[in-house]
Design a protein around this ligand. Structure first.
Ligand code: GLN
Length: 478
């Protein structure tokens, strides 16, 4: 975990282009690291054949003197809710056990077009419902910094994989915090881009209005390169937005000097553990030294954001999971004797308890008697939140706070009470509800050596600015 296994992504690609190293060597190195780190259970499956085939092809093109892509030969790991060719995609759910996708996610295609190679699929909470990977139907991933603790979730396998350097970067999804919170728990960089910047096509839907794809990486520069390769309009996802005209990797123009930054007071409560407070204060000092002015502001609707998310999220989940009906794909009950039973038994056997809980809550809040009381009100709160963020960004360039209210918790600590688990997202869900980009940066460690994350939030579609400031802060925190 010393950061020594892989070079920065652009350097790896240059080394492959110049023949210093072959794609095959890189892919095999990654397989070796995965094998050595098996006890952490970060990986669900290895894409051995396809990865080696792709490496061979890239190496042959290099031999011909061809121009390879910007990620030539760079191995990466995808959360197992990204459809990929050359292996199963399970979303860590029994209902998709051994499911082989007929096509792959747009983002995977775009990364591959620049030479990147998907070597493995990472563990997650089934269907990305959770904050610890304990909702995975396969196994729980262990935190690389302390094996008795969770890596966070739901992209916990991806985060642990990057912290263990099984590959130089990974892909995750963030519907309510699932990239940022595990990045914070594992001590790496996790970016949730603006809603719509990266195509959701080919990524198993959780809550479609807040689902976002993003990188987990060892540096802001690496995360920026992944976004630059993957971002932009996709005809297969009608919610995708135009990418910025300038590259996401060109960040020199952004400096915190003279900028106004706001610490969100709702994310800095009295009850916050002292070590997280101290890490945040230290980051504030560094930002002040960089020339920024830091003030504290309140966004009054924020305390409602978690409740709002846990109404809107399940509503969309209940709709999205309706497609797993034991008819088209996925688990089919062998016990069913009628069509009705085929639906109910396949779903009852295939879904885990968290998916069932969310389907029931979601169906309830959408039902005609309760729609106004729950779903409509949650949407009203969402609008208020968007307005409050917009207002804040009229005055401030960047909003900050910790990424999570705790460091990595113990395996089993929060499994008995779903509410306790949901509270882990209290600082992340608002960015999803409002669509704004947010990033988690490592900002120190607690006394027990567990990493602490700092969250930066920028206005919608200002992802370049967010990355620019993040890079400056990352440097200052080193
Ligand atoms: N932990 C949150 C949840 O359980 C967020 C999940 C996510 O972002 N995929 O819903």
């Amino acid at each position: 975990m010393s950061g020594a296994k892989w070079k920065p992504l652009d350097v790896i690609a240059q080394d492959v282009q110049s023949g210093k190293v072959t794609a095959k060597e890189l892919v095999e190195a990654s397989f070796g690291y995965i094998e050595q780190a098996k006890e952490y259970k970060a990986i669900i499956s290895v894409c051995r054949e396809r990865a080696l085939d792709r490496a061979k092809e890239i190496d042959a093109r290099q031999q011909q003197g061809e121009r390879l892509g910007r990620l030539a030969g760079v191995p990466f790991i995808a959360k197992d809710n990204f459809l990929t060719l050359g292996g199963a995609t399970t979303a860590a759910s029994n209902i998709l056990n051994n499911f082989n996708a007929p096509y792959q996610a747009t983002v995977i295609d775009r990364l591959e077009a620049e030479g990147a190679i998907c070597v493995a699929k990472a563990n997650l909470d089934a269907f990305a419902h959770g904050s610890s990977t304990e909702n995975s139907d396969w196994f729980t991933t262990k935190n690389p910094h302390d094996k008795s603790r969770v890596p966070g979730g739901s992209s916990g396998g991806s985060a642990a994989a990057v912290a263990l350097e099984l590959a130089p970067f990974a892909l995750g999804t963030d519907t309510g915090g699932s990239i940022r919170q595990p990045a914070a728990f594992c001590g790496i960089v996790g970016l949730k881009p603006s809603y719509g910047l990266l195509s959701r096509n080919g990524v198993i839907a959780m809550a479609s209005s807040t689902d976002v794809i993003g990188p987990l990486a060892r540096s802001v520069a690496d995360a920026a390169l992944v976004v630059d390769v993957a971002a932009g309009k996709d005809e297969w996802d009608g919610t995708t937005i135009d990418r910025a005209a300038e590259p996401y990797t060109k960040l020199e123009e952004f400096s915190l000097s003279g900028k106004k930054v706001a610490l969100i007071s709702e994310y800095f409560p009295e009850s916050l553990p002292t070590e997280i407070k101290d890490a945040t204060k230290q980051a504030i000092e560094k930002m002040t030294a960089l020339g920024a002015t830091i003030e504290e502001i309140s966004l009054p609707s924020l305390p409602l954001s978690l409740a709002c998310y846990y109404v809107i999220g399940p509503a969309e989940i209940s709709s999205n999971l309706a497609r797993y009906d034991g008819q088209r794909y996925g688990h089919v009950s062998s016990e069913a004797e009628s069509l009705e039973e085929a639906y109910t038994k396949s779903r009852s056997e295939g879904f885990g308890s968290e998916a069932k809980r969310r389907i029931m809550i979601g169906t309830y809040v959408l039902s005609s008697g309760f729609y106004d009381a729950y779903y409509r009100r949650a949407q009203q709160v969402r609008t208020k939140l968007i307005n409050e963020f917009n207002q804040a960004f009229e005055e401030y360039d960047l909003l900050i706070g910790p990424t999570a209210p705790t460091t990595a918790f113990k395996i089993g600590e929060n499994t008995k009470d779903p509410m306790q688990m949901y509270l882990s997202d209290v600082m992340t869900v608002a960015a999803n509800l409002t669509g704004v980009p947010a990033i988690s940066l490592p900002s120190g460690t607690a006394e027990d050596k567990l990493p602490i994350g700092l969250q930066l939030i920028a206005p919608q579609n200002h992802d370049r600015k967010l990355l620019g400031y993040a890079k400056e802060i990352e440097e200052a925190l080193k």
